[in-house]
Design a protein around this ligand. Structure first.
Ligand code: HEM
Length: 399
């Protein structure tokens, strides 16, 4: 190990949607920084766009190995499961991903759009009936993604609230005890086992039925992998989308972008969503680590076999070498090369679905509430702490 500075990580508490200026400093001075994690010792942190893409796509960086070691990490214990797609390396990852990708097709997402739009309209009609004011988190951002995941899994309506509670617990970093998190995982798993059996007896037209069919006809996936995949969808597809919707609406309402869109002035909503996906620092510090399976040089720094590397997607999305004036929102610029959905073999399987949900949510709001505005000063919005992704606790609005 050379004499380089070891930075304490995370750098500081995440404040609202501010991106810690230290990331920019590191992009300029140290492409690959040594960081001391709260648990498990030191790791590497890459902050630049190209280095991030390299680490996320080079097969010498493993996700599976992170499960077998005392990983440098943010939380005392990470609940990880080797059968989760996120924790797999090839060839297992390729095998499971192929089955999932066969069910998660763009066509299926397209077919869901009218259904999602209907859900948005229903939620907004209820909001109109109860307010003003309203809370965009409670009334739209939170219920929409869970409804969509339940729909693709074929979860009966009556069980949906149970799901929300379990996935909320599973996503917490320190708000719940490891035992509580494990128990929530267990409950989700048992429920999904039951659901797989249901799908087998009475197949439906949902995505999960397509996966059950693929597993039963081709047997390329174990029963446990299938069940775990269902749980994974809840965990990774829910909290991310909830907070992305809330964060984007916060930015649009705070900066006047919403009013411009409502006047019919702004760019098309998909363009707005794409740029906000880049701009909003959704990820709390420290995403999913990778471990080098052999010595690898990244940006001139040797990462030795067995060492852990963290990326920070929101920092990469603000890399001035790739995005001109990166801290400014520019709807005219085409910046869809952002890394908010990751890169490489683990790139988000639900990206198209998530984008459809966000676009339809914003479009629905513009239709139903053209005069929407924040009901409090932006500084008074309170933010969730200790989560894997950032978002407001509540987003009070009026119209
Ligand atoms: C705005 C919302 C979302 C964001 C920002 C997001 C972001 C991400 C990112 C960054 C990764 C890769 C992580 C890594 O490689 O370290 C990922 C993976 C994944 N996402 Fe998403 N996601 C979102 C919504 C969804 C939705 C709605 C679903 C499905 C219902 C979903 C399903 C998945 C799955 C299955 C993986 C694992 C893929 C693999 O390991 O091969 N995501 N997501």
């Amino acid at each position: 190990m050379d004499e380089r500075t070891v930075h304490r990580f995370p750098f500081g508490p995440a404040v609202a949607l501010e991106l810690d200026p230290k990331y920019r400093k590191l992009q300029e001075s140290e492409r690959v920084a040594r960081v001391r994690m709260p648990f498990g010792g030191d790791a590497w942190l890459v902050t630049g766009y190209e280095d991030t893409r390299f680490v996320l796509s080079d097969p010498r960086f493993s996700r599976a190995v992170t499960l077998e070691m005392d990983l440098p990490r943010l939380q005392p214990r990470i609940v990880q499961n080797p059968e989760m797609i996120m924790s797999m390396d090839p060839p297992d990852h390729t095998r499971v991903r192929q089955v999932a990708a066969r069910a998660f097709t763009p066509r299926r997402v397209e077919r869901l759009r009218p259904w999602i739009a209907g859900q948005v309209d229903g939620l907004l009609a209820r909001m109109a009936g109860q307010g003003p004011p309203a809370d965009l988190v409670r009334d739209l951002a939170l219920p929409l993604p869970i409804a969509v995941i339940c729909e693709i899994l074929g979860v009966p309506f009556a069980d949906r609230e149970k799901f929300r509670v379990w996935s909320d617990i599973v996503m917490s970093v320190t708000a719940f005890t490891p035992e509580e998190i494990q128990a929530a995982f267990q409950s989700l798993t048992e429920y999904l086992q039951w659901l797989v059996k249901q799908r087998r007896v009475a197949p439906a037209d949902d995505l999960f039925s397509a996966m059950v069919r693929a597993r039963d006809t081709e047997a390329v996936m174990s029963e446990r992998e299938l069940v775990t995949f269902g749980v994974t969808l809840l965990v990774v597809g829910h909290e991310t989308t909830v907070n992305e919707i809330a964060d984007m609406m916060f930015v649009l309402l705070r900066d006047g972008g919403y009013a411009e869109l409502a006047r019919g002035g702004g760019p098309p909503v998909p363009r707005v969503v794409e740029e906000l996906l880049r701009f909003v620092p959704l990820e709390s510090p420290g995403g999913f680590a990778r471990v080098a399976t052999e010595d690898v040089v990244v940006g001139g720094t040797l990462i030795a076999k067995g060492e852990a590397v963290y990326t920070q997607l929101s920092a990469a999305n603000r890399d001035p070498r790739v995005f001109a004036d990166p801290d400014a929102i520019d709807f005219a610029a085409e910046r869809e090369q952002h890394l908010t959905f990751g890169f490489g073999p683990h790139r988000c399987l639900g990206a198209a679905l998530a984008k459809a949900e966000i676009e339809l949510a914003v479009e629905g709001l513009l239709r139903a509430f053209p005069g929407l505005r924040l009901a409090v000063d932006p500084e008074r919005v309170t933010w969730k702490l200790d989560r894997l992704v950032r978002g407001p606790e509540a987003l009070p609005v009026t119209w």
